[in-house]
Design a protein around this ligand. Sequence first.
Ligand code: KIV
Length: 269
Amino acid sequence: MTPSPSTPRRVTVLDLASARAVRRPLSMVTAYDWPTGRLADEAGVDCVLVGDSVAMVVAGRSSTIPATLDQMIYHGEIVSRAVSRAMVVVDLPFPLQHLGVRTAVKAAARVLKETGCQAVKLEGTAGQADVIAGIVGAGIPVMGHVGLRPQAVHQLGGYRMQRDEERLLADARAAADAGAFAVVLECIPRTVAAAITADLPVPTIGIGAGPECDGQVLVMHDLVGLSPDRVPKFVRGYADAKATIADALARWRKDVEQRAFPGPGETLG
Ligand code: KIV
């Protein structure tokens, strides 16, 4: 089917590669629902990530580990319907990438078929290269994710900077060699991120990894000031949505209590 002329053209893996070639920085932000998916798309970002961070920022869990495949599909389908131009990437939740190539391909295929997204992201070390290759072999674009892997938070001893340069380079290289079209670098030293970015043939997208990455990703709730907890040091808050919403709710409650709401123009009939 040919898209109608009014349908914006979707960002593809080729666009991300071209952006890297001309050194145009890439932007990716998380979204988990229809209104924020639309806002992200309208802001012109390259990619919208339906991250398993949904478990923390939306469901209030203390890690991303509880996110399930069905939950990722639920949120992924909503966001995919809201986004018409950006590439939608959906996280494979723990522990699917550790259960063998067949299981991971089946899960990634479900995500692609049932959400309408364009790619999956998976956290992993060089040990998951065969899984990336298997999913890519099925025609499903994969974004790798190395460095601080929140799904491995207990093994890593907390949400901390990862500094083993040799290992980080090997993990990122293995993801790219296995066919990943881009690799997220989370919480690693700037110099290491720069070295990986120079080494890889595909774009790197950093979060807490410095400005030399090919792109940047942030959790939307951190970026707009809606996260309930303290945000990491690498976040820049561009709005104070929590204060705006709290103020609106407090003023509305007061108006209700003082019978100032609803007013004459807000009453039907
Ligand atoms: O789940 C998520 O939001 C992520 C980003 C922090 C990269 O993986």
